[in-house]
Design a protein around this ligand. Structure first.
Ligand code: ATP
Length: 494
């Protein structure tokens, strides 16, 4: 509105209501003025359109495009993958502005003059509305929007009817409401979905699967053995250097102190468990370390303070996490989910990074137990498989420290034991792990050390067997159970 009032209304800049004169366009001496040579103009406009479609299609497949799609899907998960959200959005804005500028120039050559009132803020809003009806985020959506927008081929066809012409904004508004209710993704993605379904129905019927055959017996999973964490180059028995050092960490959400003065270290090459009853502050602790909530206190990774870095820079420094729910990028294949990760400068001290760098994406999927699933979309996976895919995503880029938030939630006890074995295996690749999970048998079986949070405070820390029998830990868990039972009884009475 400000630009409109200050700049566009200045007749010196814009030519006022009569508009600014545009010289007749020509390429290599061939004129393609929109009024004198409409066919030539149409061909040039079509060529520009095809170029733009090609460029956007290429952008979608490029690393930058994957990043943009990831941000659209899930900003938190994108930041956890080292994506600079603000920078990427600004880039997207600049590219969109370039495309709009190309379209504006083409319009100017069509009419031979250009006046500011065609670009009033309200007219822009109606273009955004039409783009939404077509389908935001898909190339087909932009084409549909171009067809139905004011001046587009379908619009021109119908606008001979004075009613359509007069009520174009109203029709577009109703279209937005109906689209938002019926197809929130827009018309083009809906049509694309229907076509895919039709093709699947008309395609060859799937071969009768070996569904009738009995499933192969599951191989027994040995309880993964705990071994002393090993750091190359250290004499036997030497104290392990801390990879993560947290000092007096405190997080407060308005009235609730979720993490209260917690100090702990995670030695390099170890698997440390963090347990505690519901609401103890475990997720908030991970959020604070990874930069997703504000906190006070100190956080150092490999001796380097990170508490002032934004989340994406911590991820680039080798601090990777998973979330309680899978939080995969649903519009991307699993392989593309992994490609979103943006890595900063790898640590320059030799032996300080994990050796996962040497693995291909396919090998990473094999490592977590999802062989050959790189081309699947997240929606095609079970909850347990989605969790494994998130683990693969966090491992891509060879993190130094992996913070896992309930990776076993949604897994069967068999899968959970398998996961335990895989986590121990990751230590051999040089990854250090902080594991938060409610599956205590998993945590106790695989962790070198277990820390316990209760109401935001660290109440115990030590070897799993000691922690399991610590009276404070037992009372923290039993207290929660008792409180839950009391609550249930009171609810029933009410
Ligand atoms: P769970 O095991 O159930 O996931 P948790 O140990 O991870 O629990 P947190 O989710 O970290 O616990 O929550 C710790 C405390 O902070 C709880 O009392 C919770 O209600 C509160 N809390 C968490 N997130 C917020 C928020 N965004 N705003 C306000 N309070 C919050």
């Amino acid at each position: 509105m400000a630009v409109d009032a200050l700049l566009f209304n200045d007749s010196l800049l814009t030519g006022g209501h009569n508009g600014a004169k545009v010289p007749p366009p020509e390429i290599f001496g061939i004129e393609f003025d929109g009024i004198i040579h409409p066919f030539r103009y149409a061909m040039v406009a079509l060529a520009i359109l095809l170029l733009c479609i090609g460029a956007v299609a290429w952008l979608r497949r490029s690393p930058l495009g994957l990043t943009m799609l990831a941000i659209r899907d899930n900003e938190r998960a994108a930041a956890a993958e080292g994506v600079n959200i603000v920078g990427t959005k600004l880039t997207a804005f600049a590219i969109a502005a370039l495309l709009a500028g190309v379209a504006g120039a083409a319009l100017a050559y069509l009419y031979g003059s250009i006046s500011f009132d065609r670009f009033s803020p309200l007219a822009s809003v109606s273009f955004v509305a039409v783009a939404y009806i077509g389908g935001i985020g898909s190339i087909g959506g932009a084409i549909v929007a171009g067809m139905i927008a004011a001046g587009g081929p379908l619009f021109n066809l119908l606008s001979s009817d004075p009613l359509v012409d007069r009520y174009q904004l109203l029709i577009a508004g109703l279209g937005v409401v109906v689209t938002a209710i019926a197809n929130p993704d827009g018309v083009a993605p809906y049509v694309g979905d229907q076509l895919r379904r039709l093709r699947a129905r008309l395609g060859p019927a799937p071969a009768p699967a070996a569904a009738t055959a009995a499933p192969p017996p599951r191989p027994p999973v040995a309880t993964p053995a705990r071994s002393a964490p090993v750091v190359q180059g250290l004499p036997d028995g030497a104290p392990q250097p801390a990879l993560l050092e947290v000092g007096h960490l405190r997080v407060q959400y308005s009235g609730v102190v979720a993490v209260d003065d917690v100090s702990m270290t995670v030695p390099r090459g170890s698997l440390v468990g963090l347990i505690g009853p519901n609401g103890a502050g475990k997720t908030t602790f991970i959020d604070a370390i990874c930069g997703f909530v504000g906190c006070t206190g100190s956080i150092a990774v490999d001796g380097r303070p990170v508490e002032r870095l934004p989340a994406y820079q911590r991820a680039r420094a080798g601090l990777r996490r998973t979330f309680q729910s899978a939080e995969l990028f649903n519009d991307l294949t699993l392989r593309e989910n992994l490609l979103v990760h943006r890595r900063g400068h790898p640590p320059n001290r030799p032996g300080m990074s994990s050796d996962l760098d040497a693995l291909s994406i396919g090998e990473l999927f094999e490592l977590v137990g999802l062989p050959g699933r790189g081309d699947a979309f997240p929606g095609e996976l079970s909850t347990g498989e989605q969790k494994l895919a998130t683990l693969a995503r966090a491992l891509h880029g060879a993190p130094q420290l992996l913070l896992l938030d309930e990776p076993a939630a949604g897994l069967t006890s068999y899968e959970s034991r398998q996961l335990g074995g895989r986590l121990r295996g990751l230590l051999d690749h040089g990854v250090t792990i902080l594991l938060v999970d409610h599956d205590l048998s998993l945590v106790m079986a695989v962790c070198d050390r277990v820390d316990v949070l209760d109401r935001g405070r660290l109440i115990a820390s030590g070897p799993p067997e000691d922690v399991r029998h610590a009276p404070r830990v037992r009372s923290a868990y039993v207290g929660t159970a008792a409180a839950t039972v009391r609550g249930d009884v009171e609810r029933q009475r009410t």
